[in-house]
Ligand binder design. Sequence first.
Ligand code: ADP
Ligand code: MG
Length: 346
Amino acid sequence: MTHLRRFQLFITVSIILFITACFPSNNSAKKEVLLQGRTMGTTYNIKVIATPEQVETLKLHQKIDTVLKQVNQAMSTYIPSSEISRFNQSESLEPMKISDGFARVLKESIRLGELSSGKLDITVGPLVNLWGFGPEQRPETVPNEDVLASTRARIGLKNLHLDGNKLSKGIPNLYVDLSTTAKGYGVDVVAELIEENGFGNYLVEIGGEMRLKGFKHTGELWAIAIEKPILDPSGEQRAVHQVIIPKDNAVATSGDYRNYFEADGQRFSHIIDPDTGKPINHNLISVTVIHPSSMTADGLSTTLMVMGAEQGMAFAVKNDIAALFISKTEYGFTEQFTVKFKQYLK
Ligand code: ADP
Ligand code: MG
């Protein structure tokens, strides 16, 4: 009997937890102003070091919601009228004029796709859907080889052409999915907005992707705790694994323990290896990347996750990436990091 189960948020919901100092505010009137909300099917948490009056006068919270709405309206595959959805629905091979933001995310995603020889592939969406992880939410069964082969024929960056703000497809049924970089881009856009409004000390987090700058209101640098993944279905157990001080950078984590399904005792990740057309199947549990751009960190963490610990580590060293790999072993967990990551360890 086929036994299918879906585990959403199976282990600890997020391996990242902020270390928030609960110090009383010091002499200056500046505090940690917390702005929260929902976007991209997840939550956001933003901390700006400012006076509440400044944030209020500048209408910062409304401005943040407005830019995030714009990002969604351009890049969400869950919104049928978004730019990306209209591109995906169209079978025309004629170029479509796209917004600057959408072009910026596509350009960086394509660059990372080429750099990784196709391991990061934003056209992999039909395979994500086939395995039941996309907006179509198909039944979670293991697809047969014929369906897999015909779906794989629709994949590949060679079928996507970006020329400035003009985007076109090489085959009518190409489908673009920016889940690996759009969330990070949202973080970058919010960080840029906060800076434009005159604030130099902040932490922006959307669904686990974050970018920080400057200092907390206590005068200390922002510190982030990367939690040890615990195989605990209740998600109640948490243990601090490693504290990092990322300085003025973004931190992104990709992991296959958060979203997967099981069939006949085998785990199927939501991350697809474009070279096989199948979900990744290796011992790498999570990858954390530190980079000035959240969009790049987001894309790179998934890229390294697709590659696995060995190939990922070699790629990170070669491309000078600050990366931390946590892998499962017979006895528990093991971690590896690049020299570039080492400087951020506390
Ligand atoms: P998370 O959702 O935990 O942030 P990632 O940032 O690693 O995870 O992104 C995973 C998502 O990326 C998947 O749900 C899927 O939509 C998409 N995806 C899966 N495999 C690939 C791949 N090889 N290249 C690009 N996108 C992928
Ligand atoms: Mg991600």
